[in-house]
Each structure stands twice: as C-alpha cells, then as structure tokens.
Unconditional design. Structure first.
Length: 175
C-alpha cells in the first residue's frame, strides 16, 4: 500500500505516531496553551505517557473504549493522546446530555474508563456515573479531572511525570 505523504507525516499514521513525529522534530515548540501557560511538545508527550501509564494501571488495553464527558480543553487533549498511545478508542460524548441519554450511550458503548469533569451539565451526572460503575463490570474507573478521590491519584498527579514545569507565557523571554 502506497503511503500518501502530508509533509513528512503520512495519512496512515496513528495520532500517537504523529505526536511522536512532531516531538522528534520540534520538542521545545509550544504545543498547548492554557491559562497563559504553554506546554512544549516534549512536555506534552511526557505528560501523555504518564497519563497513559496510569490508564494502563486501571487495566486499559488496546481496543478498549474510553468515554469522555469533557469540554474542549487541555484535559481532553491529554486524554485523547493518552488513549491513542495505548491503542484504545476514545469516544467523546457531549458534556450537556440529559442523564438518561448519558446512561444509554454508556451502556451501549461499554467503556473501560470514563474521564469527566465536575463541570458537566448533566443533572446528577457524577452520582449517575458512580452508579453506572457499580452496574457495569467493564467500567473500571470514572476519572474526574478536577475532583480527586481519596483512593486514586488526581488527574494532575497522573500528568506529573515531566521534570520541567509549564512555560509561563506572561514572563518576557530571557535575552
């Protein structure tokens, strides 16, 4: 099969392969900006790999499904690439579903993990997710990005592997 090149990235690369390719070429370029701080491609990859390792410890394997109920933002980016890194499948769901819609989607999807935020606009969304976790043996964990549980690492701790901190975009670069 002939690969069609797009620059030096081919159409049949997976998303994690494309990220690795960009990191090899531009490790110090800014990949992600949030709250006036930048994350380089190298830092992004390190954090993605750290999160992927945590997902693996939850039992996530190649081909498993991960449902997200997240707004567009850095948590989604990290989750997207971490899921791709493991060869799992991401299923983004809108964080504004009605409770019965969310439950129906998740029962049909049968995800191994759900990654969400306490900011979802689903009535009783987090308690409903916890109840579903009891009903669905394949649902190994519900990870709430901004609400760590007493027994699990917080989302930010899952990303904590990189040695270099975020780049503060408010500071003037050193001359």
């Amino acid at each position: 099969m002939k690969k069609e090149k797009l620059g030096s990235i081919t159409r049949d690369m997976t998303m994690d392969e494309a990220l690795h390719h960009v990191v090899n070429r531009f490790p110090n370029r800014i990949a992600l900006v949030s709250d006036n701080r930048g994350v380089s491609y190298g830092q992004l990859l390190a954090q993605v790999q750290s999160l992927a390792e945590c997902f693996n410890q939850f039992g996530l394997r190649e081909g498993d499904r991960v449902a997200t109920l997240l707004w567009s933002g850095e948590e989604f980016v990290y989750t997207f690439f971490a899921v791709s890194e493991l060869g799992a499948v991401i299923a983004p769901l809108p964080p504004r579903l009605r409770r019965h819609q969310m439950e129906a989607y998740l029962r049909e999807l049968k995800p191994s993990l759900v990654v969400t935020s306490s900011e979802v606009e689903i009535p009783d969304g987090l308690p409903a997710l916890r109840n579903l976790q009891q009903e669905m043996p394949e649902l190994k964990a519900v990870i709430v990005t901004d609400e760590p549980s007493d027994r699990e690492l917080s989302f930010s701790e899952m990303l904590a592997k990189p040695q270099d901190g975020p780049i503060d975009l408010k500071e003037e670069p050193a001359q």
